[in-house]
Write a protein that binds this ligand. Structure first.
Ligand SMILES: [Ca+2]
Length: 244
């Protein structure tokens, strides 16, 4: 599968994202994931599935101040621990802060580095953006740079590595994730023609800054999607299908 551009407005249900579980499509133009287990994802059918180098922009609203919602790029081969890259999750410290991560398989164990999106509040729509290019992943929110990762950046399928599929999860009854648009432009494909609708994600005049790496205090517990990913894998191994 080529590294195709994607623009999904959710005007027709879950649209281009083919694997859905407990997704509320009752509001035209958006999808909502809430409750203890909901997921929406492109099919992770192999290393060439999904997308590679380029810019991913997701207009979404995260509600809650506990881990639960995730905007993520799941490994194309559906194997975890592995090449998971997350555009947005909520920190486990009760602050309601959002952060992005780059995961890798460290000899069979999950390892990751995170960047906290300082100054970003939940309960309103933001444009969460990730640019994946050779040796560098840049996180932005509403156009403002929030962090850069240059270690453990994977190569995409076209460059000898693996692509990732776009996905959304929510696994906490106290949180929810509402997504109104997904846009992907391959690297070198030119500027995005799509602009967020007024009122959904007003650009914020936040200063550009580099996010703070999350250090072992947050790495000591089951932060992130380890438990969920294990469940995903158990289900996948049992049924051959991706679901939580
Ligand atoms: Ca929409």
């Amino acid at each position: 599968m080529p590294n195709n551009a994607l623009s999904e407005s959710f005007d027709n249900g879950t649209g281009a994202l083919g694997s859905a579980w407990n997704v509320d499509t009752s509001t035209k133009g958006e999808v909502k994931l809430s409750g203890g287990g909901a997921a929406l994802m492109e099919f992770a059918s192999g290393k060439e599935a999904g997308h590679g180098y380029g810019t991913y922009t997701v207009t979404a609203k995260l509600d809650g101040n506990q881990p639960g919602p995730a905007i993520l790029l799941w490994p194309g081969d559906d194997k975890w621990p592995g090449q998971e890259i997350d555009l947005a999750e909520i920190t486990p410290d009760g602050s309601g802060r959002h952060y992005g991560t780059v995961h890798w398989n460290n000899g069979g164990s999950d390892a990751y580095t995170a960047r906290v999106y300082d100054g970003v509040s939940g309960r309103s729509f933001h444009d969460y953006q990730l640019t994946w290019e050779p040796g560098r992943i840049t996180f932005r929110v509403d156009g403002a740079e929030k962090g850069v990762v240059t270690d453990h950046v994977p190569a995409d399928f076209d460059h000898g590595g693996m692509n990732n599929t776009i996905g959304f999860l929510n696994n906490n009854p106290n949180t929810s994730l509402t997504v109104s648009h997904v846009d992907f432009k391959p690297l070198g494909g030119g500027a995005s023609a799509w602009a967020p609708p007024a009122g959904q994600a007003a650009l914020q005049a936040a200063p550009a800054e580099t996010g703070t790496p999350v250090v072992p205090a947050e790495a000591s517990g089951p932060v992130d999607w380890a438990a969920l990913a294990a469940e995903v894998m158990a289900n996948y191994e049992a049924t051959g299908s991706w679901f939580i």
